[in-house]
Design a protein around this ligand. Structure first.
Ligand code: AN7
Length: 359
């Protein structure tokens, strides 16, 4: 039986005797060794932290379970968030789980279909904003000043507390911190959480070293790399369409204190990594998650020797969130046949045609 994240990581979390120990089975996600990329990059110690294996298919559940437990403890009447999709799916699921109504503000037309379907299935109130994620976040910040709703974006400190537990698990699995942690950066909460987690674990004597934090933003949505907000962020990785990250300072601290970097990856590089992960590693991630792998590929191309480094790429969300994108951007072929054995045989003998690849 799943103990759940709150129970498992209790000593490191803001849990009081009154905190309800809710769970949907979040956390404890697999750290899977790479097969193909490890060889191609000359990086024998390359691992993927599959946060896509969380209950709603993304890392957001780690922070959400803490934020919702604390909201319940405080007697909250409702939770609200702005989201590029995954936060809303997670808030909707945990809200449904504990019977607290969830309201989510999403940028209209900008959220992957699967994420919206999740929020709808869990019964959240969905407000599709004629505007950007950044505007949605500004709105929920101001609404929660005057309405008795709990904000469950990563501005809520309990979210980052929960998300740091992924760093603990990586150290537990490897027996030490990795040398490099590659991670996508959007609203920048996650990179700050991991950094906090690695530091706390070291202070607690569970690790001797700290990783370099290697964050990657999509080129068209790279405010931290540019050093200024981006008014109209664009990238095919819809989860990363964020122009003014809430945890900007935390991400910069993680980068600078760890001796890491925050760099850009192009949409083409994201797609290349997305395809490689699916067809070469058997890991179907969402494009935003592929940014971490795209970043590692970029480091390799620039000549970084990965032979003696232990590297973890965080796979933040599942490819199932956006099946339409997969069909648009991967080589695929569906052969229609009659329901007869000879047709199956003929199809098996025919060479696989080169599938169509969309531009
Ligand atoms: C798959 O759901 O911001 O840098 O509103 O869905 O911690 O924001 C999602 C972000 C990476 C970026 N990977 O993480 C939201 C939202 C996936 C994501 C990120 C997101 P942060």
């Amino acid at each position: 039986m799943s103990r759940g994240l709150l129970e498992k990581h209790r000593p490191f979390l803001p849990i009081s005797p009154k905190t309800p120990m809710i769970t949907l089975g979040e956390g404890d996600t697999p750290l899977v060794p790479s097969s193909k990329l490890a060889r191609e990059l000359g990086c024998p110690n390359l691992y993927f932290k599959l946060e896509s294996c969380n209950p709603t298919g993304s890392f957001k559940d780690r922070g959400m379970v803490v934020a919702v437990a604390k909201a319940l403890e405080a007697g909250s009447r409702g939770i609200i968030c702005a989201s590029t999709g995954n936060t809303s799916a997670s808030a909707a699921a945990y809200g449904a789980r504990v019977g607290v109504p969830a309201t989510v503000l999403v940028p209209q037309g900008d959220v992957a279909f699967g994420k919206l379907a999740q929020a709808q299935a869990h019964g959240a109130r969905i407000l599709a904003l004629n505007g950007s994620f950044d505007q949605a976040l500004t709105l929920v910040r101001s609404i929660t000043q005057t309405h008795p709703l709990t904000l469950v974006n990563s501005i809520n400190p309990h979210r980052l507390e929960g998300q740091k537990t992924a760093a603990f698990e990586i150290v537990d699995d490897l027996g030490e911190a990795p040398d490099l942690l590659c991670i996508p950066v959007g609203n920048a909460g996650n990179i700050a959480s991991y950094w906090r987690g690695f530091q706390e674990y070291r202070r607690a004597g569970r690790a001797k070293t700290l990783p370099k934090m290697m964050g990657f933003q999509a080129e068209g949505a790279a405010p931290i790399v540019l050093g200024r907000p981006v008014p109209h962020p664009t990238t095919l990785a819809s989860a990363l369409r964020i122009g003014n990250p809430a945890t900007w300072d935390g991400a910069v601290s993680a980068r600078d204190e760890s001796g890491g970097l925050i760099d850009t990856v192009t949409d083409d590089e994201i797609l290349e990594a997305y395809r490689l992960m699916a067809s070469g590693e058997g890991v179907f991630c969402e494009p935003a998650s592929a940014a971490s792998v795209a970043g590692l590929l970029k480091l390799h191309r620039k000549g970084l020797d990965l032979q003696d480094l232990t590297v973890v790429c965080v796979i933040t969300g599942s490819g199932l969130k956006d099946p339409e994108l997969a069909l648009r951007f991967v080589q695929s072929e569906v052969t229609e046949i009659a329901a007869e054995a000879k047709e199956v045989e003929a199809a098996l003998l025919a060479p696989m045609a080169q599938g169509r690849r969309a531009p």
